[in-house]
Design a protein around this ligand. Structure first.
Ligand code: PMP
Length: 410
């Protein structure tokens, strides 16, 4: 099989020049680029099948409904869910996690605890924080060991044993540290203590194989746009028995079985969580993205992510003035670092002049960065279409930047 970076030809956007230089797109943790196959799926839908789903009795509506439900089926298969009824369409990871926090949260009892880790994205932190405030619940954090980001696993049993933890919600892959958490062990320890597990797979879906049954989680959330799909579409996986038990998140059209002036009854899951018109074209685009990724192979994509992540980490760490974050060993394709004496934004603007797209800031990980004593970092994040050659080009510019700013440690 061909090297996976040869799939670049499917991404028209990548062949452009930016500021006179070939684009080097290293901002994939924020959003990935879209292959022609996904763009075509979206435009074909609008060109030939656009209609609202479920309610129509006409041909186009039936066609749109069929395409949407095919997408749900494909997603179920992609993450090894037991069936499409375990797949709820949302607008992204953030909405999926808000849905769980709100709906599952309404079943929690005062003084019960929610456990998060110290590396959670604001999307997996703030919904739980708000819930805890509103319902008198207690929040706990599983600490990281150091700036490499390994979790203090030995504390997990202790936290579960001594506190009435009801829910453990954590990220599979950290969007700042690039650390890959031992998701199966975390869920299995939670299960042993009767704790419900929620996995934020925003940075892992489409980057590595996701098997919800093997992982053993109760809920799992991800976004289409971080895995070659469109923006505006996300997924919440929930075990069937949980989706049956928890109440709807929003109310309105499509989710109602019966309604009169005094009361209403809901459809079965997943539809009871899908009030209003869904992002139909986007869901169909997500199916095309999954087909595309599966054709490459998730195992190959994961290996490429880990190899390019490790290569970039070792190169970046060898530069003067750089403080790298995240694991020295196995890691995802996300490398963050700070620079002694230089603000990340100066570094990123310098690189942008040479066509290199990076991201800087707190990456919606403010509490984590405060704990590490850092305000913001530069983040380079990769996908299968990035090459080692691009990392080498980036390194040349990074060295030029450090010389340009005449940093004292240089
Ligand atoms: N969790 C993690 C780990 C993320 O990296 C992100 C996106 N940066 C999110 C949640 C939120 O995803 P979205 O903005 O697509 O809802």
């Amino acid at each position: 099989m061909e090297p996976i970076e040869t799939f670049r030809k499917d991404f028209p956007i990548l062949s452009q020049r930016v500021n006179g230089y070939p684009l080097v797109y290293f901002d994939n943790a924020a959003t990935t680029q879209k292959p022609r196959q996904v763009i075509d799926a979206l435009s074909n839908f609008f060109l030939s099948s656009n209609a609202n789903v479920h309610r129509g009795l006409h041909e186009l509506s039936n066609r749109a409904t069929e395409l949407l439900e095919e997408s749900r089926q494909k997603i179920a298969h992609f993450i090894h869910a037991q069936g499409p009824e375990e797949i709820v369409f949302t607008k992204g990871t953030t909405e999926s996690l808000n849905l769980v926090a709100s709906s599952l949260g309404s079943l929690l009892k005062p003084a019960e605890g929610i456990l998060l880790t110290e590396m959670e994205h604001h999307s997996n932190l703030i919904p739980w924080q708000q819930l805890a405030k509103q319902r008198g619940l207690r929040l706990f954090y599983l600490p990281i060991k150091d700036k490499e980001g390994g979790l203090q696993m030995e504390k997990l049993e202790e936290i579960f044993t001594h506190n009435r933890i009801a829910v453990f919600s954590f990220t599979h892959v950290s969007n700042t540290l690039g650390v890959i958490n031992p998701v199966e062990s975390l869920c299995s320890i939670a299960r042993k203590h009767g704790v419900i597990s929620v996995v934020d797979a925003a940075q892992s879906a489409g980057h590595r194989l996701i098997d919800v049954q093997k992982i053993g989680c109760d809920f799992l959330a991800f976004s289409g746009h971080k895995m070659c799909g469109p923006t505006g579409i996300g997924v919440l996986y929930g075990k069937k028995e949980w989706l049956e038990k928890i109440p709807p998140y929003q109310f309105g059209g499509n989710m109602v079985l019966e309604a009169d002036f005094s009361d209403s009854r809901w459809k079965d899951p997943p539809h009871k969580f899908e009030a209003g018109t869904l992002p139909i074209a986007e869901a169909i685009g997500l199916k095309a993205a999954i087909d595309y990724l599966c054709q490459i192979g998730l195992d190959k994509i994961a290996l490429h992510d880990e190899q390019i992540g490790s290569y970039a980490y070792s190169k970046i760490s060898s530069l003067p003035c750089i403080i790298p974050l995240g694991p020295k060993g196995r890691r995802a394709g996300i490398v963050s670092f700070s620079i002694k004496g230089l603000h990340p934004h100066d570094f990123i603007s310098f690189c942008d002049r040479y066509g290199i797209a990076l991201r800087g800031g707190h990456h919606c990980n403010k509490p984590l960065l405060s704990k590490l004593g850092i305000d913001s970092t530069v983040r380079a994040s990769f996908y299968f279409y990035n090459t080692q050659n691009e990392v080498d080009q980036f390194m040349e510019i990074a060295e030029k930047c450090l010389r340009f700013f005449k940093l004292p440690c240089n």
